[in-house]
Design a protein around this ligand. Structure first.
Ligand code: BGC
Length: 762
């Protein structure tokens, strides 16, 4: 395709028509010039291809497809290869179905446990989010179809998502919210990016030049296409100018008309429109030149992959007295509706029309899993309405009494969490709470299996010995649950988010979801474990936590060097040993602890992870390589990543609260920043530089605690150390009042100018 030539042959009207799709899921074709339409479909954990009756909320039917575990689950795998493998399967599905771009992954940070769409998002941590999303992107795109990382940016709630203004400070924006996108975009190079509905610090995501052009393209080097979220366009002309290429779905020509008029009137330069058309044509060409509709799609094979994937994701949260795995004999009561009809995906645009599903009850009866134990079942509750059904509970209690052990399948119903609205609270349904209470009264050997998209309060936690978090585990969740419960597989998932004890503990609690159309992110950089760790608060389950049927030991931690200078790389190694009796996978997590004495820093931040499988008694070396970014913070004075000098600590742990080994490294930053002085700069900041101190000292002669206050009683009242300490915080301008009348404004202004003229960098 000679793109430049095609553009030169296009009429202005044709070019403007390319600014939006042809229908809900296709780009605009221009038959006269041989430009075909290409199709995009949701995403992210399955293919939601709609033939007709397009909608963005999963209301109308889509083709039969395979529902893989949702991101809440897959992120817990801490397994990049697993995500790439799942992505490759999705890529094949897209090729088979003629879909050019899969709309995902969704990488918005889990700021509050109540965000209705957390099940689709990856983590509260930007590094983990970027790694898992980047791997999925690479997997899908290895099949030569595109992805659309979304929703760019700071779309962390559903409440008023189309109008709210996410107001976030510069450091949190860069270090937390944008970093998740930045890493995934640089690592995965997605073909497209989808902008968010909300405003970002006052400007809609769909017309935000700062995010769409200055940061995304100029800073990060993204060269693909940006599309709108479905219906996210407000001022289309401003959007074109800001860097939004494609409006989806189309607004029936209305906004294209505005673009046309703007170009005709000279308000919008034609080159800007040409560049937009060029990006769309490049995307069309990219897909057209590599489309492979003959690609096979074996749904049954993908179902198996979905189950294998889920088995790597589930998180063993509690296992007292090794209640799990369950011995494969005796009688086991499966209690709870989700044993028969699991909740395995969330509602909204990611909702898959599954080709088949597999419940735990079905799997337990399937000879392929070899379950010999007798399984009896009681429904226990209905998740349609949250009403306690005493009859069902009595039945469940009977079943629990008859059995050697009980497994309660519980979690959150569809009505509690979905795209389109946020959760109202962090509780489980009352009917399930009552069920758990009654069952544990008669059966102490009870395990709770959870199906939910985000953390819940667990008032019953102390009463049950075992908890297995399956999250929303995809259509094959039942098989994976059986494999894990009976020890066919060993749980190896670790939490990608903190489970607080109660909702009020969450750092966004006071400000979420904001008032009317303003959401203030007042907790700043202290999101998730960064907050709980800084405040040393107890949590229910910390970030990175996950048990196994075996145990691991860490030793011989080594750094490639005891010092690090900005621009270098540092290699960290440690030996992990499986000290238990069964094979299992360890998730070694690398955290960096910045000095806590100056700038606001989290106690520790995740900067690396490795998942590795070990036989009993086996040891392996895990290795991590980190660079300057692992130590850097976003400096709001110079608007850059800066590495501050100091002694940092590298930690290796099994969660953010379970550090197994650590080693110090002396870090030297080279990124000097210009130092500016003003009328109000405190003396301490001036005295750091001897050349400045020399300039200010003559003005101190008449300082009230200085030369005039050297009498005996003054010396008794105030020591030299005290004087120095007081002087440290004194702004320069205070010499006007405390300089004994010897200092004038002009002298102060002159000294400020003289100090700035030194052009000091530090
Ligand atoms: C969602 C997107 C989705 C799009 C198309 C929107 O409502 O926010 O994530 O890709 O619809 O269905």
């Amino acid at each position: 395709m000679d793109i430049k030539k095609i553009i030169s042959e296009m009429t202005l009207e044709e070019k403007a028509s390319m600014c939006s799709g042809q229908d809900f899921w296709h780009t605009q074709a221009v038959e006269r010039l041989g430009i075909p339409a290409i199709m995009v479909s949701d995403g992210p954990h399955g293919l939601r291809k709609q033939d007709e009756g397009g909608d963005n909320l999963g209301v109308n039917d889509s083709i039969k497809a395979v529902c893989f575990p949702a991101a809440c689950a897959t992120s817990s795998s801490f397994d990049r290869e697993l995500l790439a493998k799942m992505g490759a399967a999705l890529g094949d599905e897209c090729q088979h179905e003629g879909v050019a771009v899969l709309l995902g992954p969704a990488v918005n940070i889990k700021r509050s446990p109540l965000c209705g769409r957390n099940f689709e998002y990856v983590s509260e941590d930007p590094y983990l989010a970027s790694q898992m999303a980047g791997s999925l992107i690479k997997g899908v795109q290895s099949k030569k179809v595109g992805t659309s990382i979304k929703h760019f940016a700071v779309n962390n709630q559903e409440y008023r998502r189309m109008t709210t203004d996410s107001q976030v400070d510069e450091r949190a924006f860069r270090e937390i919210y944008l970093a998740a996108f930045e890493g995934a975009i640089k690592e995965g190079e997605p073909w497209t990016v989808m902008c968010s509905y909300n405003k970002i610090n006052g400007v809609y995501g769909s017309e935000n030049k700062t995010t769409l052009t200055d940061i995304l393209r100029d800073e990060w080097g993204f060269d693909g296409l940006v599309m709108s979220d479905w219906g996210a366009v407000n001022d289309r002309v401003a959007g074109v100018a800001a860097g939004l290429d494609l409006e989806m779905p189309p607004s029936f020509g209305e906004n294209d008309k505005l673009v046309l008029e703007a170009v005709k009137s000279g308000k919008l330069p034609e080159e800007v429109l040409d560049r937009l058309v060029e990006r769309i044509l490049k995307l069309v060409e990219k897909y057209e030149s590599s489309k492979a509709p003959d690609t096979a799609w074996d749904m049954d094979a993908d179902h198996e992959l979905a189950r294998e994937t889920e088995a790597e994701c589930a998180v063993l949260l509690k296992n007292e007295d090794r209640i799990l795995p369950i011995p494969n004999d005796g009688t086991i009561a499966f209690i709870g509706k989700y044993a028969k009809k699991p909740r395995f995906q969330g509602g909204g645009s990611s909702h898959i029309n599954c080709h088949k599903t597999e419940s735990a009850l079905e799997a337990a009866a399937d000879p392929k899993y070899g379950i010999k134990a007798k399984i009896i079942y009681a429904q226990g509750y209905d998740d349609k309405d949250d009403v306690v059904d005493e009859g069902m509970i009595a039945e469940a209690v009977q079943a629990a009494m008859k059995a050697d052990k009980a497994v309660i399948f519980a979690g959150l119903p569809d009505s509690f969490e979905s795209e389109g609205y946020d959760r109202k609270h962090m509780s489980m349904p009352g009917c399930q709470l009552k069920l758990i209470d009654e069952v544990v009264k008669v059966q102490p050997n009870t395990v709770v299996v959870l199906h939910n998209g985000s953390p819940m309060e667990m008032p019953w936690l102390d009463k049950v010995p075992g908890v297995l978090e399956m999250y929303l585990g995809g259509q094959a969740v039942g098989g994976a649950t059986i494999e894990l419960l009976f020890g066919r597989k060993n749980p190896s998932g670790h939490l990608a988010e903190t489970f607080p004890l109660k909702y009020e503990d969450n750092p966004s609690y006071l400000f979420f979801p904001g008032k009317k159309d303003v959401a203030e992110y007042r907790e700043g950089i202290y999101v998730g474990y960064r907050y709980y760790d800084k405040k040393n608060m107890p949590v229910m389950f910390p970030f990175g936590f996950g048990l196994s049927y075996t145990e691991f030991e860490y030793h011989d931690m080594r750094l490639s060097s005891k010092s690090f200078t900005e621009g270098e790389e540092l290699t960290v190694t440690a030996t992990v040993k499986n000290i238990g009796k069964v094979r299992g996978k360890a998730v070694a997590q690398l955290y960096v602890r910045a000095p806590q004495d100056g700038t606001d820093r989290a106690i520790r931040e995740l900067k690396g992870f490795v998942k590795t499988e070990l036989n009993p008694g086996e040891s392996k070396t895990v290795s991590f390589t980190i660079d300057s970014r692992a130590f850097a913070l976003w400096d709001t004075e110079v608007h850059k990543w800066v590495v501050e000098d100091g002694e940092y600590v590298i930690e290796i742990g099994e969660s953010s609260r379970d550090i197994k080994a650590s080693a110090a490294v002396a870090v030297a930053g080279t990124g000097k920043r210009p130092v500016r002085f003003s009328y109000t700069t405190p003396m301490a900041d001036i005295f750091r530089f001897p050349e400045c101190k020399a300039l200010v000292e003559p003005l101190l002669e008449g300082y009230i605690l200085g030369s005039d206050a050297d009498g005996e009683s003054a010396a008794e009242a105030i020591s030299t150390e005290m004087q120095e300490a007081m002087l440290a915080d004194l702004p320069l301008k205070a010499l006007l009042s405390f300089g004994g009348g010897k200092v004038t404004n002009q002298m102060l202004w002159d000294v400020v100018d003289a100090m700035n003229a030194l052009e000091i960098e530090a």
